[in-house]
Design a protein around this ligand. Structure first.
Ligand code: ATP
Length: 358
């Protein structure tokens, strides 16, 4: 049975280093939840406390109704998959997978049946007798997953399990992982510093900074409506400008961009004239107008020029000079036309994100 996970006011320090600070989180039963944030923000420490490999200095951990804070790791019925798989090199694929079942002293027949089912689930049926060193990185990663899933854990804990795979295998394994975890219905906590992975996999995610939560939400919420500049920057390449509100009413607000004589119109926000704000212009929200697009009627339309071009396959990243700074604009590749020189760029006011200054 999947259980929910409740972390209440967890703190953990290593000597002078505060790794996690008064951290509270409720992961719902059956949910795929990701902890994301830059290196050193405390993600792994939180996961290790949930697993029971670290004891919190303060706070409590609950799985369902059961208090787990003091329960040893091997009695928590959680499955953990590490970045380096941590498979036993001298054991076969089958022996690695069956490890948790043997430790529970289940009957031989049951161990064999469950092991086969777990390997089938990760599409490795028939490879029971292979040595693990004879597998590819992606296959080893799936053995580690089968080993964690075979015990039917209450909670599955994944610590950057895809980071050793090459880009193509990573994307493929990511899709398999999402499918597997949703099919099994196991509550999953996933740690990554890769925001794209978190967006692609999670039901909800939390963005962490220095051991504390900046924002919790669905991938769409966190990406489109970040609560501050840190989250906006972390969740994607973005253009961030500093400004001051000059007018704000129920329909829109106008921001004067610092160091320039220009303004940007954004959606209505609960700030007042004179308030300092940050303005987020997502590269994919900035539109380059061409002969096929009709000129936009709102005020956010500027003449500018392309100063650098990076072709990235599915899209092209243009660098333009605007607001006395360099901004990125992404444009989906259509045909083989790369733009150059003078352009007109615009952004609909409802796609401008205005945030309180940090
Ligand atoms: P990464 O993405 O680099 O793995 P993280 O977000 O998982 O980082 P943690 O590994 O949880 O971060 O580390 C949080 C902080 O605690 C860091 O400053 C780290 O140096 C420190 N830390 C973690 N484990 C230990 C330890 N065993 N001893 C001392 N300091 C530690």
């Amino acid at each position: 049975m999947a259980s929910d996970v409740r972390l209440s006011n967890l703190s953990k320090s290593y000597g002078e280093t505060v790794a996690v600070k008064d951290f509270s989180l409720h992961v719902r039963a059956g949910e795929f939840f990701s902890l994301v944030g830059p290196s050193g923000c405390g993600k792994t420490t939180i996961l290790r406390m949930i697993a029971g490999f670290e004891t919190p200095d303060e706070g409590t951990i609950q799985f369902g109704d059961r208090e787990m804070t003091e329960v040893p790791a091997n009695e928590r019925n959680s499955g953990m998959v590490f970045q380096n798989y941590a498979l036993f090199p001298h054991m076969t694929v089958g022996e690695n997978t069956a490890f948790g079942l043997r430790a529970r002293h289940l009957p031989k027949d049951e161990i064999a049946a469950k092991t086969q089912a777990a390997l089938a689930m990760v599409q490795l049926a028939g490879l029971e007798n292979r040595a693990v060193q004879e597998l590819s990185g992606g296959q080893q990663q799936r053995v580690a997953l089968a080993r964690a899933l075979v015990i039917r854990p209450n909670v599955l804990l994944l610590d950057e399990p895809l980071s050793n795979l090459d880009a193509k295998l990573r994307t493929e394994t990511r899709a398999q992982l999402r499918h597997l975890v949703h099919e099994s219905g196991i509550t999953t906590v996933y740690v990554t510093h890769d925001q794209e992975e978190a967006l692609a996999l999670s039901d909800r995610l939390a963005v962490l900074r220095d051991g504390t939560i900046q924002q919790i939400g669905t991938p769409v919420d966190v990406y489109l409506t970040p609560v501050n500049g840190f989250v906006a920057r972390f969740m994607g390449h973005t253009n961030l400008l500093e400004g001051r509100i000059i007018e704000s009413d129920r329909r829109s607000c106008t921001v004067a961009i610092e160091g320039t004589s220009r303004t940007i119109i954004g959606p209505p926000i609960p700030y007042h004239s004179g308030d300092a704000v940050s303005v987020v212009l997502r590269p994919e929200s900035l539109q380059i107008e061409d002969s096929l697009t009709s000129p936009s009627r709102h005020g956010n339309r500027w003449e500018t020029a392309i100063i650098a071009t990076e072709f990235r396959g599915a899209f092209t990243a243009y660098t333009i000079r605007l607001f006395e700074t360099n901004l990125f604009v992404y444009r989906i590749t259509r045909g083989n036309q790369l733009l150059q020189g003078d352009i007109t760029v615009s952004i609909p006011p409802d796609q401008v994100v205005i945030l309180p200054n940090e």
